[in-house]
Unconditional design. Structure first.
Length: 255
């Protein structure tokens, strides 16, 4: 565990001693803030009109503000998280420090989970700063707390899955830009793969729908917790962390 904490502290220092974390977090907050403001402003306008039109009903803050907010935040995460994961192993391989780390009495699991945890901490900070949005929303519209909690749970699980995939890709290349581009493409594939369900046969369509990240996120944003969705994200993390572990072990044996 001592090696794990050493790797964790080292990676957090690298994140916050360089512009990486600050730039990614700032862009994420600016974009998510803009989309939240747009959705909330539109909801306020429709609410004012509904007060003057008794026939207008069905205005729901969850559907009109929270759902779009979580959906937009997940898309921004898709763009930002590859920028956090791209350097984790690629930079180590390019500078030759990965071989040095693997020559130390450090287990691959400690190295992997130290880097994974550091990136997850940065992501959680980024996500925690957006709690201002539902707080502001609660002051004016009093939304149900359930969809807020489950929505953030879904974002956390999805973000962890993005990080696990990005780590695996970063362990395969020395070029950070290549790592970011491949991570973005792979995440986007898992994001959109469910759209091909209608074009595939019934059996294959179910498989594609099950593999879709978007399919498993929608319930969270609506306030529904389905164990199948949680299991999907846990299995996704385990799979790509396992693949990263195999990549590191092969690197140790190749020297």
């Amino acid at each position: 565990m001592r090696s794990f904490y050493a790797i964790l502290k080292r990676e957090l220092y690298v994140y916050f001693s360089s512009p990486i974390a600050y730039v990614v977090v700032t862009i994420f907050l600016l974009l998510s803030g803009y989309f939240f403001y747009s959705a909330f402003a539109y909801f306020s306008m429709i609410s004012m009109q509904a007060m003057q039109m008794p026939l207008a009903s069905g205005i729901n803050v969850t559907d009109m503000v929270l759902d779009p907010m979580f959906a937009n935040m997940s898309v921004i995460m898709l763009l930002m998280i590859p920028l956090l994961t791209m350097r984790l192993f690629a930079e180590e391989k390019k500078t030759g420090t990965l071989e040095l780390l693997l020559s130390y009495p450090i287990r691959e699991t400690e190295l992997l989970f130290g880097k994974f945890a550091a990136c997850l901490v940065v992501f959680l900070i980024m996500l925690a700063l957006t709690w201002l949005y539902p707080v502001l929303l609660w002051l004016y519209a009093k939304p149900d707390i359930g969809p807020v909690v489950t929505g953030y749970l879904g974002l956390f699980l999805m973000g962890a899955a993005f990080i696990a995939l990005g780590l695996m890709v970063s362990s395969l290349t020395e070029n950070q830009i290549v790592a970011a581009a491949i991570s973005f493409g792979a995440i986007l594939m898992f994001w959109l793969i469910g759209w091909a369900e209608a074009l595939a046969g019934p059996a294959l369509g179910k498989v594609l729908s099950h593999l879709s990240m978007l399919e498993h996120f929608e319930n969270f944003s609506k306030g529904v917790i389905d164990t199948r969705d949680i299991i999907y994200y846990i299995n996704f993390n385990i799979l790509f962390l396992f693949m990263t572990m195999r990549s590191l072990e092969s690197k140790r044996w190749r020297g």
